[in-house]
Design a protein around this ligand. Structure first.
Ligand code: HEC
Ligand code: HEC
Length: 299
């Protein structure tokens, strides 16, 4: 069989290879992260925020936040396209000042949250500047976290039943793989972003796999491929470079193509997810879905 209609076996071994190629640096990074994480925890776990409650410092911190963090966490820290709402009192990765400092100083491994030091964000922030930002975040923290009004039980039924979101999305190990795993999306995205993902999925595409390895993560673009034999396949792009294209088709079959062996291929910055308008998804059901995503994400 010519290389162009690569069998799943080859694709799988390619993935295996890719995984091997990534595994080593990942492990080294992980070890380094653990090591420095450990050192940082030791150095700061005892530390209190030197500026706690200082309104003037909170203003300075706000400036730092706009410069370094608003891009992902949104203006006012209420959540943006890429980072969660930081005004929620209940934080996922630790509520204490020391833990927040550590999360910002070193980033959160395995997530898109970069370290504010060592070139992770801009020119890098000093410890003083990080404490200023922590002071700012405390000043905008809401006392009673805004819970989505919806009913998570009903949201769960919709997700796995009537609306069949689970044909494309996995939550806690169950569901399809065409779209991203949504187990933690409720914790890592803002409410506005999630609403827009449903009402207008193509406006901002989810970021795909290998996020940590690539400077620019692969987005979940849609792709239409016509093989040399004339077979048409549509699905999402998993990864691509100059010569090869890795995709998942609508039936979740993995394919690896050499681009120059294809009759044609076209990627579109358009979501493979249907847009849910008021007719297919009422505002009330949307709230229920969000409540479910928040509940799962909070675990
Ligand atoms: C490239 C995008 C990006 C930038 C820039 C960024 N963050 Fe984050 N941040 C994230 C994401 C994504 C998460 C959620 C990680 C997760 O739980 O999956 C996060 C999580 C956090 C958390 C932990 C929240 C919790 O619930 O425990 C804190 C605190 C935080 N960020 C503060 C900051 C600060 C302060 C800055 C600026 C110095 C910053 N972030 C810059 C993407 C970003
Ligand atoms: C036909 C497959 C399909 C169905 C059905 C589907 N989605 Fe999606 N979804 C996708 C794909 C592909 C993406 C990634 C591209 C994008 O961001 O739109 C996505 C993205 C998302 C995102 C953004 C995730 C992120 O990390 O940015 C959310 C949230 C989401 N879907 C929720 C849902 C919910 C809730 C339902 C059911 C009402 C649903 N989806 C139904 C395929 C689907």
């Amino acid at each position: 069989m010519p290389a162009l209609s690569t069998s799943q076996g080859t694709a799988a071994s390619f993935l295996g290879l890719a995984a091997n190629r990534f595994r080593r640096p990942t492990r080294v990074t992980l070890l380094l992260t653990l090591f420095f994480g450990f050192v940082a925890v030791r150095a700061f776990a005892q530390e209190k925020n030197p500026y706690a409650g200082d309104a003037k410092i909170a203003k300075v911190g706000e400036y730092q936040f706009r410069l370094n963090c608003a891009f992902c966490h949104g203006l006012g820290a209420r959540g943006g396209g890429r980072g969660p709402d930081l005004t929620r009192a209940q934080k996922r990765h630790g509520n204490s000042d020391a833990e927040m400092f550590h999360n910002i100083h070193d980033g959160i491994p395995g997530t898109a949250m970069p370290a504010a030091t060592n070139g992770g964000i801009g020119v890098g922030m000093s410890d003083e500047e990080i404490w200023q930002v922590v002071t700012y975040l405390r000043s905008v923290q809401v006392k009673a976290p805004a819970q989505p009004a919806g009913n998570p039980e009903h949201g769960k039924e919709l997700f796995h039943g009537a609306l069949a979101c689970s044909t494309c999305h996995m939550i806690e190990g169950k569901g399809g793989r065409l779209g991203p795993d949504l187990s933690t999306v409720g914790a890592s995205r803002s409410t506005e972003y999630l609403m827009e993902s449903l009402r207008n999925p193509s406006r901002r595409l989810a970021q795909g796999i290998f996020e940590a390895m690539k400077e620019f993560p692969q987005e979940y673009e849609s792709v239409l491929v016509v093989t040399a034999e004339g077979t048409k396949l549509s699905g999402v792009v998993l990864n691509q470079d100059q010569f090869t294209l890795q995709m998942l088709d609508a039936r979740e079959q993995l394919h690896l193509f050499e681009k120059d062996k294809l009759r044609s291929f076209a990627t579109r910055r358009e979501s493979a997810m249907p847009a849910y308008d008021q007719k297919t998804l009422s505002d009330k059901d949307l709230q229920d879905l969000l409540a479910y995503l928040f509940e799962v994400g909070g675990k």
